[in-house]
Design a binder for this molecule. Sequence first.
Ligand SMILES: Cc1cc2nc3c(=O)[nH]c(=O)nc-3n(C[C@H](O)[C@H](O)[C@H](O)COP(=O)(O)OP(=O)(O)OC[C@H]3O[C@@H](n4cnc5c(N)ncnc54)[C@H](O)[C@@H]3O)c2cc1C
Length: 458
Amino acid sequence: MTGARAVLRADILVVGSGLAGLRAALAARAADPGLDVLVASPLSGPSGSSFANRNDCLGMQVPDPDDADFDAEVLRLSAPGFADPALVRLLRLEARARLDDLLGLGLDFRRASDGSLERLPGCFSTAPRAVVFSGLSRAHALFRGAAEAAGVRFLDGLAARELVSAEGRAAGARFLDRDGAERVVAARAVVLAAGGPAPLFPHAMCGPGNDGLSHGLLDRAGARVANAGFVQFFWNDAATGRFVQPGSALRPGAVLHGPRGGLSLEPGHPALAHAGERARHCPAGYGLPDAALDELLLDHADAEGLVRLTTAEGLELRLVFCAHAGNGGAVVDADGMTTVPGLFACGECATGMHGANRLGGGMVLATQVFGERAGRAAARLASGRSDPPVSAFGGLPPLSPPETPAQAERVRRGMRRHCLFGPRPGLAGFVRELEDMARTSALAGSALVLALALLARA
Ligand SMILES: Cc1cc2nc3c(=O)[nH]c(=O)nc-3n(C[C@H](O)[C@H](O)[C@H](O)COP(=O)(O)OP(=O)(O)OC[C@H]3O[C@@H](n4cnc5c(N)ncnc54)[C@H](O)[C@@H]3O)c2cc1C
C-alpha cells in the first residue's frame, strides 16, 4: 500500500491481450520462466481486432528470408510516412519462425489440395506471400491457453488510463476497473499492446475491448509517436457493413449524389483512370494517385459521413468510410522498446516496420515478430532490474473519470469531420478544442495526437 492506493506488482506488465500482447507475454515467460508476467485488459474473451474482428480470419505476410523485394515493397508503400529499413528487414528474417509458432499452437490455416499452406497476395501487392488462418475465437482460446499453461497471469476487466514512469523509466500503469475504481500495477518493464486508434472514429471495424487510447497513453508517457495520422479506411455499405471496392463501384454511368448536387460519371473523368490500381487494395492509399477515387467519394459525403451512390447497374448504395486499423504508434527499436526506457510497444500501437500504407497481412506479421522481440527484451530487462520505487505511485492525483457520452460523441464527430483520411477543413479549430478537453479526457488526449499529426501535414 502507498497512502490509500493499493499497488499490485508484476515483473512484466503487458497491457492488452490481442495477438501482440499474448505473443509478448508468451515470449517473456519462455525467455525467463521465473518472471511474473501479468496481462491486463478489459475482456477475458476474444477482444480487439486480432481475435474478434468480423471477418473471422486473418492474413499474415510470410516472405522468404531472402526475398528482398518484400523490403522494397514495404518501404515504397511507407511514403509519405516514416519507416525504418532495419525493422522491415527483421519482419522478413523472422516471419518463418513466427509462422512456425502459430502452426505449433494449432491455428487453423488455409491449405491447398496438396496440404501445403495456401499463399495469396495481400492488399497493395501481387506477390503471393500471405497465409490465412480462420476461427479467431478458437485462435484466442489457443493463445490464452498456451499463455496460462506457461504461467502467465491474467487480470481481466481493466482498462489502462495512464502509463507511469519513475526515475526516467517505465514503472507500471494505472487502470480503471469495471466499477470505475482505480487499480495500479507496478512493474519492472511494461509492454503496451493495446491496439490502434480506429475506435476514435464513429465508424470503425475493429473488435471489442479497445477504447482507442494507445496513442494518447504513449504520448503522455513521453514516448515518441510517428505515423499517427495514417489510419486505414475502408468503404463499407452502411446497411450491411460489406466492403465496397471503389475501383469497381465508380465506373462510367455511376451517379454520386450529395449535399452539393449530383455527379454523373462520364468515361473521361480523371479519377476513373486509376480504377484499376485502386481495385488492388481495400484500404484507401495515402499518397497514391488512386486515392483520387476516395477523395471523389469523400467530396459527396453528407454531414453524417454517408455517400449515396447509384451504380452503373442502377444499384442504390449508401457508403460509409470506416476506420480499419492504424499504421502509426510508438517509434521502437529492434527490441520493440519505445523512446522511454523500459516501455515497449508492439502490434498496432507501434510503427516503423510499416509507414503510411501497409501490405495486407503485414500487421499480423508485425504483432508476432515485434511481440516476440518486445517480450524477450522485456524479460532481459526485468531480470536484471529492481522493482520501481513505491514513491512513483504514492503522490499521483486521482485518475480522471472516463469520458461522458457527450464528450465521446464530440470527439468522434470531430474526428470524422476533420481527420478522415488526411487533414480536413476546420482541423486547427478542432485541435484547439481537443487541447482543452484533453486536460481531463484520455480519449481526447489520444485524438489530439492523431489530429496534431494531421495538422502538421495540412
Ligand atoms: C476487420 C479487420 C480485418 C483485418 N484483417 C487483417 C489481416 O487480414 N491481416 C493483417 O495483418 N491485419 C488485419 N487487420 C488488422 C489487425 O487485425 C490488427 O491491426 C491487429 O490484430 C492488431 O493486433 P494488436 O494485438 O496490436 O491489437 P488488438 O488485437 O486490437 O488487441 C488490443 C488489445 O488491447 C486491449 N486494450 C485496448 N485498449 C486497452 C486499454 N486502454 N487498456 C487495456 N487493454 C486495452 C484490447 O481489449 C485487446 O485485448 C484487420 C483488422 C480488422 C478490423
